[in-house]
Design a protein. Sequence first.
Length: 420
Amino acid sequence: MTSFHCKTAIFYAREQLLLEMWTSDRLFDCILYCLNLIRDWTISGHFPHYIMDEVNLFDGKLNSEQRARLRTVLDIIMDTHLAPLAFVKTDDLGVRLLNNVYSVAIRDMKPRRSIHHEITGFLSVFGNVWLARHMRVILEEAADKTPDELCLYLHSLIHAMPFHQLHRHDSEHALCRLDGVNRDYITRYLQQHLASTAASICLQHGMQIGNIIWSWYSAAIDTDVASTRLKLACMLYCNGELQMAADVLEDVERRYDNTVQAICGCHRMDPLVTKPREKFTELLYECENDVLMTNRIAYCVRFLRQEAYCSPPILHFEMVRGVGDDIQHRSPNERVWMNWAVVDSRPFLHYLQYLTFGDLGLRNKQLQAIQSLRVSIVDGIEQNQVFHPETAGNLLAHCKEMEGRIDDALRSYLAYGYYR
């Protein structure tokens, strides 16, 4: 897709739209019209040259798979009323557009309440993905530290958060409502890893988990709907406190309804092409002062290698996912986090339920957990709510393996292993 395609769409739009449309206050209408032309041509597979109609500008440029991807992008841009353009850095376009996003001619296209839902929903997803990626970058510094060194590192970050690391590009200042919560939010997220690393040290050496560690878990508990609670439940399970773990998992399941939006900060989720869940978007209208909507967000669950004793043994294999030349073929975005264990919250919830209910002797609940795990993966992939399908598939396969369904387990290991 090149600028020539866009210019061609403008030529056709100029010919087809009334002259009165080409005014500065109708800019968004004109852009939407051009995008709609491109979308129609993308569906048909024929992008006409303005002078030579028989020439297809898609030939040698975009195949059918790439056109399908382009259509998805165009649908999101138009459905959110050009909100993704707010993050275009070139010529400060994003800043200039977002300043006028509510006053443009789209007022005639949909009720303002609906526009507010869609734009705010997009901004919330983008803001959460941005923060999740930022926290991942902070944790990259911890890759080669010992558990003790990591505790000291995280403790120093929590008490002296370097604000210069939180500065955003100019075009992202539109998310100004995030500025006041950045330090508090990232601090609480880091406390999650501090608590889990310290607890892992205690479990490794057979020590009692002290009150300070519990206070760190408590401080981080509302980072989102699920991730910190699941790591707490995992620690309780690994420490043999099964009933307490089951209680925490029940709380997570109660909170994780169809209004919750899954978020991944591992570069597997593109906020520019991920449309927020409808129920999640509807609730934002009533909570516009909390653009992050942490009570409706579920982050991926991340376990660093230093937290290994607070994670199920199956996830230890996720921390060693390649040797030798295989590692060299990873993309830069995936090279670091693939040394951790990262899993989507919903599938991990049901996997932990399967383990916990099994050890408690609650067979019916255990069988329900494995069924819920399967559904959460299938539905999550379909609804773009699962971003680590191969890891989730491994958890499902492991449950089948523990059930003695060896052939079925092998099929699951193989099936989900090819998603990425």
